[in-house]
Write a new protein. Sequence first.
Length: 157
Amino acid sequence: MRYYTFGDEQPAISPDEFFMNEALKEARLALQEDEIPIGAIVVCKGQIIGRGHNLTERLNDVSAHAEMQALTAATNFMGGKYLPECTLYVTLEPCVMCAGASYWFQVGRIVFGAYDTKRGFGRLNQSVTHPKTLISGGIHENECAQLVKDFFKGKRK
């Protein structure tokens, strides 16, 4: 496993932490656009090949989730519709729609930050993803969750 370092004063971090930080950058872009702050990236062989953040308000499209944006960008980059050697990093556990889409994209791995106890696919049935898809959760969980909590807290004021 490769670890990424950023100068002598910072400790090495795992690839999952590094790429989740990139997904968090996308989530912050969504926040700047007053979208629910969820970000996603797709990585293949250590390279980011797709980025996305929620665009449901701007596009007036309930399916314009971060995962859908990133997966579509990745397939455009790859020139094909399947992503079996790729990892989807997303700041919030995917909903059933996005997990189902990952099945059709045949994503090799899904890594998410915060668990979504209300709408996350895991609470319903994990078989919605492709049988070969590996799933990991809880990477930068607190930071990912806090972005969403703060967003909705601000909306309730």
